[in-house]
Design a protein around this ligand. Sequence first.
Ligand SMILES: [Zn+2]
Length: 224
Amino acid sequence: MSELNLILLGPPGAGKGTQAALLTEDFGLPHIATGDILRAARDEQTELGLLAKKYMDAGQLVPDAVVIGVILERLGDDDTRDGFLLDGFPRTIEQADALGAQLEANERRLTAVLLIDASDDIVVKRISGRRICRKEGHVYHVDFDPPKHPGRCDIDGSELDQRDDDTESTVRNRLSVYHEQTEPLISYYEDRGLLRRFDGTHAPAQVHDHIRATLATLRLEEHL
Ligand SMILES: [Zn+2]
């Protein structure tokens, strides 16, 4: 079986996390999310991990070169032999170039870059309507999945809160960072014939089916 080397792209709130979980389950691929990997490297106290720790402890952004080093090191682990699912990396063209060079040096290549897309307004509506129960973390949405009694959890009756990260202004901020930083990657991978677009406004199961069909076609083409 050929490798399935995938990158997930898309704005926050478009459903990347859900698709990552489903794809990991389908194909048994390691889900490599930048934040998780940085924390793991820090905890394992690898050389790069300790370097990353310095920035994380200071509340600073971990520099590109360190992120690249940690991720590329992770891609050398045995469990990525049949493929991987990168999530949150690459985030910049520099990172994409470094990834491309490393894969090429190891005679590997990307299978596809999966873009789960949704408009800013939809993302804002999805995230800013989210409410979380204080006691158990049950999740609601004021429009799409409202509790029976406003502001109260159906299951345990505790109060529902909006997370600080979920306010409209925070979401708009994250979106502008996304547009500025990550969107150039869309044309980068489009130019290389690797980009596949999926409509994140559809139901998660439908997006998932669509991704599976696309991957099946790509694999068929590989064997032609
Ligand atoms: Zn609850």
